[in-house]
Design a protein around this ligand. Structure first.
Ligand SMILES: [Cu+2]
Length: 340
């Protein structure tokens, strides 16, 4: 990992320059300009827009004309941008599907997407070529209603993360099976015991940040995404499943989630302790910041059997300390569910 010039490593939720030998007494490097992923220190390729993982949020009002200029800065791959969930009525050629609705934008070329934002809801954009999306080429696309609301919006993009999976490699491993050393990858199983033909993942990310856990379950202390909330305020989390292959169960310690919309459609509000989001899906939930001022874990956990991966973030009440949350998840039982 590096910012423009300095190589950095993670420690206790912060980043430090490589020449720092005792991070406990050193000044950390601000994480804002560092793509940390899960804090894995070996260099890896990411494919991102405007130097950010995820790329920029696009937030518009219903009915607005959206104009997005895309310049392909990659050296050897074409690209397109798909606007996930938008029906593109009247503008099917703006759907961003390579070789179907447009020719890919070649290296060095530019292309302008132009379409109407319809209808209100939580969507996202992502590359539709190879595994560029898996490597970070995605971002939020929010269409807001033209009505006054006192609820503040927060965007949460959750996805799985690999250290070494690129499009050609994926095809080869799919065909010939993947090996670590001389040991073939085990068949993945979901909770209902069905087999999953998917590549192993290394971590989960929320808004581009997560932590790598070693085989003993110890994390590497990489910085996480922090959602700042004010006591007594209501927030609408717009959760986007930007995963490649894995689904996540999402919960917030100490708080009830009121699910109000999915995939751009309003729902009768439902109070839940957690919900499952699959790749591509969106769920909007509201949360009241009505708990003691402090820090609470926002948890994403994969549905893999035996070996779950985590995507953690922090719900931070303004004026709380900056220490890591010490909260735990509320366990629901057969007789105590929903808001339990
Ligand atoms: Cu999509």
């Amino acid at each position: 990992m590096m910012n423009d010039t300095i190589l950095v490593y993670p420690y206790n939720g912060s980043l430090y320059a490589y020449n720092v030998t005792d991070p406990s007494v050193a000044e950390p490097v601000p994480p804002e300009n560092v793509i940390t992923g899960d804090g894995w220190e070996n260099p890896r390729l990411v494919t991102v827009v405007n130097g950010k993982l995820p790329g920029p949020d696009i937030i518009v009002y219903e009915g607005q004309d959206v104009v997005v200029h895309v310049k392909n800065g990659m050296r050897s791959e074409g690209t397109t941008i798909h606007w996930h969930g938008l029906p593109q009525v009247g503008t099917p050629w703006m759907d961003g599907v390579p070789y179907v609705t447009q020719c890919p934008i070649l290296p060095g070329q530019s292309f302008t997407y132009l379409f109407k934002a319809e209808s209100k809801g939580t969507y996202w954009w992502h590359s539709h070529v190879g595994t560029q999306r898996t490597n970070g080429l995605f971002g939020a696309f929010i269409i807001k209603e033209r009505t006054e609301t006192s609820t503040e919006d927060l965007i949460l993009q959750i996805n799985d993360w690999n250290h070494d999976m690129y499009s050609d490699m994926e095809i080869i491993k799919d065909k010939y099976r993947g090996y670590d050393g001389r040991i073939p990858w085990p068949t993945k199983r979901s909770l209902d015991n069905s087999g999953l033909h998917i590549s192993p993942i290394h971590a989960g990310l929320i808004n581009g940040r997560g932590r790598y856990y070693d085989t003993n379950g110890t994390d590497n202390g990489a910085p996480l995404t922090i959602f700042n909330v004010k006591l007594g305020t209501k927030y609408r989390f717009r959760v986007i499943g930007t995963s490649s292959t894995n689904s996540f169960r999402v919960s917030v310690d100490g708080h009830t989630l009121t699910v109000v919309a999915s995939d751009g459609y309003d729902l009768d509000p439902v109070d839940v302790e957690s919900f499952v989001i699959n790749p591509g899906e969106r769920f909007d939930f509201e949360i009241m910041a009505n708990q003691p001022v402090g820090n609470y874990w926002i948890r994403g956990i994969t549905l893999e059997k035996g070996q779950n991966h985590r995507a953690d973030a922090i719900l931070h009440y303004i004026n709380a300390s900056t220490s890591q949350p010490q909260t735990s998840r509320h366990v629901c039982t057969a007789t105590k569910h929903a808001k339990c």
